[in-house]
Write a protein that binds this ligand. Structure first.
Ligand code: ATR
Length: 269
């Protein structure tokens, strides 16, 4: 059976095996999908061993997306631009590196009827998560994109890759109004969902790249309290980026929205 895995540290919480097993069952593809815990300084050894033993493809999660981009034989242009690979496929004896996070986010927003074109976007954070989605968002033609980060220099470096539509603003010097606010910081992990003043979220649509099964991440809870018009966590993005990876590996497009509902209710395989 063709072998796939998600590699990360930590990785025990990953929903990717559940998602890919559901895709395989739905499309009739025969494959095995495991979790691989790599030592923090051991991505290259773990990945090389996996492919030497006949592995066909890897998903890459935190904190290895940058390592993966450097390790693959051929990072694809979109992955190379954001310096992050979340999907590796073995083709013709070579490892190819892709990034499906951006398309995953765009497809989830589309599925939830949240427009990007013509809208004023605020991205909070400037780490790997924001770098991975920025190009895909810009391609959807928003009116403007502001990137606000605790460390302004990182936001400036990201904005520099783009034209005048994209600009960096220090977190404490935000002004104006935003239609869609996307949290790409890991701050929510330690319980602090409110990195911007509540009036910025009031009336806006707010999306968290982090997820939880019940959709109630700290950022989502905070945004709701701050009067957001609409709030979503990133579970739909996780399923959509996985579907894009599955299509790269198997040439089949699995359906996603029923699976998302099952994951929410805890009834997925
Ligand atoms: P990832 O790959 O998940 O994006 P990362 O590259 O470490 O991880 O980036 C984490 C992001 O969360 C960064 O934007 C970080 O801000 P800095 O660039 O200033 O470090 C942001 N972040 C993490 N904890 C934060 C906190 N308590 N307050 C504000 N921003 C925080």
């Amino acid at each position: 059976m063709d072998r796939y895995a998600v590699v990360g540290n930590p990785v025990s919480h990953s929903l990717s095996p559940e998602i890919h097993k559901a895709f395989a069952a739905e499309t009739g593809e025969r494959l095995r999908y495991d979790k691989l815990l790599a030592p923090l300084d051991g991505f290259a050894v773990t990945a090389a061993e996996f492919f030497e033993r006949g592995g066909r493809g890897l998903n890459v999660t935190l904190p290895f997306k940058g390592d993966a981009c450097r390790w693959v034989d051929e990072p694809q242009p979109a992955a190379a631009r954001c310096n992050a690979v979340n999907t590796i496929a073995l083709e013709g004896g070579k490892t190819l590196g892709f990034n499906t996070d951006g398309i995953g986010l765009v497809r989830d927003l589309e599925a939830q009827a949240v427009p990007i074109a013509g809208r004023r976007l605020l991205l909070i954070g400037a780490g790997g998560a924001v770098s991975g989605i920025l190009d895909a968002l810009v391609e959807e033609n928003p009116a403007s994109v502001r990137i606000a980060n605790r460390t302004p220099a990182k936001a400036e470096a990201l904005a520099e890759r783009h034209g005048t539509k994209v600009a960096a603003v220090p977190l404490d010097r935000l002004d104006g109004r935003f239609d869609l606010i996307i949290n790409g910081t890991s701050a929510g992990l330690d319980g602090d969902g409110g990195l911007i003043a509540p009036p910025f979220a009031a009336g806006a649509q707010c999306y968290d790249l982090l997820y939880s099964r019940d959709g109630q991440t700290p950022f989502c809870r905070w945004a709701k309290q701050a009067g957001a018009a609409w709030v979503s966590d990133g579970l739909g993005m996780l399923v959509e980026q996985a579907a894009a990876a599955f299509t790269i590996w198997r040439g089949r497009s699995p359906s996603t929205r029923d699976l998302l509902r099952s994951l929410r209710s805890g009834t997925a395989a």
